[in-house]
Design a protein around this ligand. Structure first.
Ligand code: PEP
Ligand code: MN
Length: 359
């Protein structure tokens, strides 16, 4: 074969490559159209029966030189790539996605603008135990010029014999504190039926780690006009976390703060493993503000300050930590809540280290 012949054959191969390229991309565009139709109809993107029919048709028309198994392998790759494209389109379509909305969402809570680029803080006891107990912490928070107070009235406890919280009585205490101290309160709701009622008492609905995939609760919180602080599930992937937020937003409520609170791993040195890289990932993937709960992630008082510093340094919009006037006798999370003196020191150190972050 002369060199000229070889060149000609190669030229034909080049042309064919370009034809295949065009066909593969044209096919991908068609599959994207199908994806949009399926999305509207709410049907599953992957349809194994349809895939089998397509492969059978291709094999029926295969007159070589490739074996059917080779053809099947090549086409499966084409199918797979197109399906991934559909899934990518689907992710872009999520309401919470940064691709859907480029600007940061700012969640406003009684004048506090969470997600405005400045760090914000949610402090308070693990559980509401009495008016006096919460008031002591509220006083300390207020003296720091802060506004957001946390306190659990419905406590989802591992053991049914542990303190379960004061329930509605606890919410009433929080409301009195909010009025008396001009503060905004964040409190966990565990039952969808309590959401409406809770609106009278609290400023932010917290959905706890154990309920991150309680879809009825997510939908109920999504159906009201009240900010939601959504915590990452005990063993939830970031994708599952984002989808949980999507459940809330899909109902119309876009005032959502995501909160990384550690995940369960084999590590026993800390109560959970703080997934600090989740913060920039969530900030990139969604437009929602992101908090880090340093108390439940570490379960260790000595790690509250370093992890809070890390959270702010990596771009978190805020930090949550638990404070109790007398942690030794706290009805829950006694080991890791700060007392008022430790709280003063924690906040002072955090502020000085957060420089040059604007506070
Ligand atoms: C809480 O913040 O009170 C709490 C119970 O945290 P988590 O849901 O993250 O365990
Ligand atoms: Mn707690």
């Amino acid at each position: 074969m002369s060199n000229q012949e070889l060149d000609q054959l190669r030229q034909q191969v080049d042309e064919m490559n370009l034809e295949i390229l065009k066909l593969v991309n044209d096919r991908a565009r068609l599959v994207q159209e199908i994806g949009k139709v399926k999305e509207k109809q709410g049907v599953n993107r992957y349809d194994p029966l349809r895939e089998r029919d397509m492969l059978n048709l291709i094999k029926q028309h295969n007159d070589g030189p490739f074996e059917n198994s080779t053809i099947e392998h090549m086409f499966k790759q084409i199918f797979k790539a197109a399906l991934e494209l559909q899934e990518d389109d689907h992710r872009k379509a999520l309401l919470v996605s940064r691709k859907k909305k480029a600007e940061d969402t700012i969640v406003e809570i009684k004048g506090e603008k969470i997600g405005d680029g400045n760090p914000h803080f949610v402090f308070g006891p693990c559980a509401v135990e009495s008016y006096e107990q919460v008031a002591a912490v509220a006083q300390s928070i207020k003296s720091k010029g802060l506004k957001l107070l946390r306190g659990g009235a419905f406590k989802p406890r591992t053991s049914p014999y542990d303190f379960q919280g004061l329930g509605i009585e606890g919410l009433k205490i929080l409301k009195r504190i909010a009025d008396d101290f001009d503060m905004a309160v964040v409190s966990e709701i565990v039952n969808p039926a309590d959401i409406e009622h809770a609106l009278e008492y609290i400023d932010v609905i917290q959905i706890g780690a154990r309920n991150m995939q309680n879809f009825e609760l997510l939908k109920a919180a999504g159906a009201v006009n009240k900010p939601v602080l959504l915590k990452r599930g005990l063993a939830a992937t970031i994708d599952e976390f984002i989808n949980a937020a999507e459940y809330i937003m899909a109902q119309g409520n876009g005032q959502i703060i995501l909160c990384e609170r550690g995940i369960r791993t084999y590590e026993r040195a800390t109560r959970n493993t703080l997934d600090i890289s989740a913060v920039p990932i969530l900030k990139q993937e969604t437009h929602l503000p992101v908090f880090v709960d340093v108390t439940h992630s570490t379960g260790r008082r000595d790690l509250l300050l370093p992890t809070a510093k890390a959270a702010l340094a990596i771009g978190a919009d805020g930090v949550m930590a638990e404070v109790h006037p007398d942690p030794a006798v706290a009805l829950s999370d006694s080991a890791q809540q700060m007392d008022l003196e430790q709280f003063d020191e924690f906040y002072r150190s955090l502020l000085s280290s957060a420089h040059p972050v604007k506070l």
